[in-house]
Design a protein around this ligand. Sequence first.
Ligand code: PTT
Ligand code: SF4
Length: 612
Amino acid sequence: MYGWNGKILRVDLTNKKHTVQTYDAGFATTYIGGRGFATKILWEELPKGTDPLGPENKLVIAAGPLTGLPGPSLGKLVIAAKSPLTGGYGDGNIGTIAAVQMRRAGIDAVVIEGKAEKPVYLYVENEQGYLLSADGIWGETTFETEKRLKEAHGKDVGVLTIGPSGENMVKYATVISQEGRAGGRPGMGAVMGSKKLKAVVFKGTKDIPLADAEGYKRLVNEAYEDIKSRDYYGFWIRQGTMATIEWCNENSVLPTYNFREGVFELHRLIDGYALEAMKVKRRGCPYCNMMCGNVVLDSEGRESELDYENVAMLGSNIGLGHLGKVSVLNRMADELGIDTISLGSCIGFAMEATEKGLIKDGIEWGDYEKAKTLTQDIAYRRGELGSLLAEGVKAASQKIGGDSHRWAMHVKGLEISAYDCHMVPGMALTFATSSIGAHHKEAWVIAWEIKTDRAGYTEAKVDKVIEFQRIRGGMFESLVTCRLPWIELGFELEWYPRLLKAASGMEVSLDYMLYTLADRIYALIRAFWVREYAQNWSRQMDYPPARWFEEPITKGPYKGAVLDKTKFDTLLDMYYSKRGWDNRGIPTKTTLEKLGLTEVAQQLSQYVTLTP
Ligand code: PTT
Ligand code: SF4
């Protein structure tokens, strides 16, 4: 095989063993890589009811056939496991030199199971895995851990690490690399912590086998030139994802005061221009020529890498209009290994609960000093409030009661990322149907929606959500390449099958990736959720929070706007029907069989009655 290495490293932490599993071209083309591999492995190998924080859970670190090759924005990885935050399928995507080194180590994925007796880290070099003691780094921040591991193994190694929050199994602990790359929002860091696995270090010296090395090189040179020639390139390099703050505020979708509003009075103090005034450098993922990691010096004089989601959730969403201070919270989240979106949502939730008298001695809107202390408390599960919020907003609302479940901003337990949806039903459908719980990553329809027919509940919106899910959640997450060249600069999707053909020699068409592979992945992930929740599964799992239906926004151009529940239900019905799922959101037997998932249908029917 070319392109794929055809090997997966299996590591058992309990028995301190590793093996190399080979796979063939059939498996490679059926699942491609990344999320495709992860869904297949987790569906087959995790029995229903697996404890996400138990040794039986498996952590899958998976690349795709283009990952790690020189080429535009190809240095990404998927990290997946059963999520401790949602109880369903969880994954995240991270851009890191670890992706390149893993592939150069001769493997395409690592599957880690069991639990170490004492804290360890996994060192992988050229198909071999070594479990080494994490004495001296357990308890350290992600930045310090990566620094020490590079001192020990060389500055070129790739490191994926958790911080104290992962060690303490904070339910939204994430995995960090290179002091500013993060992946695995639904608690992938907590899964590592539960296994007493502090880090995974990759080093490889092998060449990735290419079918047409010369042709691939020519194509990649052309692709890099193409990206640089795009109109938006110059501005992208200046602000990256941070340009979104201004756009969101203008369009009244900037999450503000725990998603009560869509405009923030201090937005100018945290927007892309504020970033430009503070920026000291750029960094990003390997092989990328449109690097978007904008680094500033925060209010404590330390470097912090900013992205839109981080700033919106730790800025406007908690009422903090000071970019230097937001940057401190962001950098703390990276050092401690906590997801910024969930952290901002949890802090905003606590602020609202304080205002409403549901929490005593809580935290006021915009209180920066307390937000800093609370971030530490969450990471170390200290104190009543820190421990409460370490479980995520869904669990916190169940505990504090009152009407807080109406404004606990999550879907399926995963906190909503930074777009207020009082007045964008298509984006609300994105959050509702995202395959890991509320995340924008799979269908960022909001820009298109605002440009076309903002208020409508139309079939076109359902089609757009599915189209984007196929491209972003299916194709990009399986090839495991960065989707931003396509989204931000219009780099055409047709480049990817061409690159894949040159790398692997295989004709894998765009249509195949979008309509067969992606739909198979979505059905399989849905089956995973339904198997877990069984009789407790219902379409209620696919609803956005009550706030967007019940509490109109009170400011800005869309004052008075709320979502319409009946019309939202119509959107959801259309979505199910187009996906070939029944009105509970469960794939029908026919759909599963059509996608080559006959055995999945058989298994699933043990837990729920399948619609023929
Ligand atoms: C992603 C989510 C996002 S999406 C952001 S900012 W974004 C937040 N970043 C965090 C962070 O930083 N530190 C932290 N402690 N927590 C964070 N949580 C949030 O995590 C990221 C870029 C971005 S920046 C985006 S949109 C794109 N995401 C891609 C994706 O998902 N798939 C893909 N094929 N390409 C993508 N390209 C872009 O990558 P999750 P990264 Mg990320 C510091 O992790 O779990 O998927 O959630 O990977 O290397 O940091 O690059 O405005
Ligand atoms: Fe990484 Fe940004 Fe480049 Fe994508 S565009 S590969 S997220 S640096």
